[in-house]
Write a protein that binds this ligand. Sequence first.
Ligand code: HEM
Length: 184
Amino acid sequence: MTQDSEEPISETASEQPAPEAESDHPNPAIRAVADKDIGSAIAVAGHPIHAMLVHFPIALVICTTGIDVFYWWTGDPFWAAVGLWSASAAFAFGVLAAIVGTAELLAVPGIRVRVASWNHAVAAMVLLAVAGANAGLRLYWPEQILPNGLLLSALAAIATGFAGWHGGKLVFDHGVGLLISTRQ
Ligand code: HEM
């Protein structure tokens, strides 16, 4: 009987505040992080160039894994040649994206002070190291594509997942580079 008159218990009432920086956060150190600018500095009309570039290495790394599977399956040297171009382009676009991302990291105080930015940068550097090794293996030791190249491609795909996830966190959890429109 008393159940109907009771206030519904909020599932979130007892939860701690989110760890992300907010300007009304009880911890003054986190408030200081929240108060720093997080707008993109390397941008076209406010749209971050890094976010435009990252699609290329992400797609190419994933495609290289698929290409290697085709090569394994068919044994056709055509796929080995496609894999060389795909892995090399993945690395080249990854370096380009990383240069722009690093410029953003160093130029914007609110990005620089966030631990999440450095987590993303470390994950991206691991990805670039693996992608570079994968491209180099195909160029200098094409006979090792199976199995070593395939394994490097799979590792690069996993590293891309980590780097992309942490990059997405910067935008969707921390609001880095967002333009909040006042228009409807
Ligand atoms: C040291 C290298 C890198 C640094 C310092 C860096 C930094 C950043 C920063 C500051 C952002 C927030 C958006 C912006 O302000 O542009 C971001 C977003 C992102 N980054 Fe990176 N980045 C690096 C390399 C990479 C690489 C190689 C990839 C490719 C996997 C990547 C994938 C992403 C993704 C997917 C986002 C989210 C973009 C969106 O959702 O629109 N980053 N990164």
